[in-house]
Write a protein that binds this ligand. Structure first.
Ligand SMILES: [Zn+2]
Length: 166
């Protein structure tokens, strides 16, 4: 493992790992001395377009004179039926998964979804923008806030996931 460079990022862009093509990569943030030995990758499935993953990665030597290989691990997978949602959530995760400023993420309007909004229900309150009114609490999309991306990527509280028994 070694420090990563801008050229390494160019080299990782577009490669295919486990059936996912890398659409974004960057060097990890952080104040540890080896933070810049790691990359964050963002990749789209080649067999199921609209499914995404983010990984942590580093370069591992294949042995003297034999080059290096990309080791990618700790995947966060985004495989919901809503492909636009997968793209938005994985892009957010790509930019923030190594970021420690959780207070800013939790309060800034920079991290609001453009695709979903929250109704007044206590659970399963995230609706796509195409839904104008929650049929359970009667909240209107025009009067309620956009969903927060940091809450969305937990995968909880999408209205579409509400069990029929509730
Ligand atoms: Zn509701």
């Amino acid at each position: 493992m070694r420090k990563l460079t801008g050229d390494d990022m160019v080299g990782m862009a577009g490669i295919v790992i486990s059936g996912y093509k890398v659409v974004g990569c960057r060097i990890m943030l952080g104040d540890k001395t080896d933070s810049n030995h790691y990359a964050i990758l963002w990749a789209e499935s080649q067999t199921n377009k609209g499914n995404y993953v983010t990984w942590q990665a580093h370069l591992e030597s294949n042995g003297y004179g034999k080059g290096e290989r990309v080791e990618a691990y700790w995947g966060h997978y985004f495989t919901r039926d809503d492909k636009e949602l997968n793209r938005e959530m994985s892009e957010y995760d790509f930019h923030t998964r190594d970021w420690s400023n959780e207070e800013k993420i939790a309060t800034s309007t920079d991290y609001l979804s453009s695709l979903y909004w929250d109704c007044e229900c206590e659970s399963y309150f995230m609706h796509p923008m195409a839904v104008e009114e929650c049929e359970r609490c009667d909240a209107l999309q025009s009067e309620w806030p956009q969903s927060r991306l940091n809450e969305m990527i937990t995968g909880n509280n999408f209205a579409v996931d509400r069990p029929v028994s509730l």
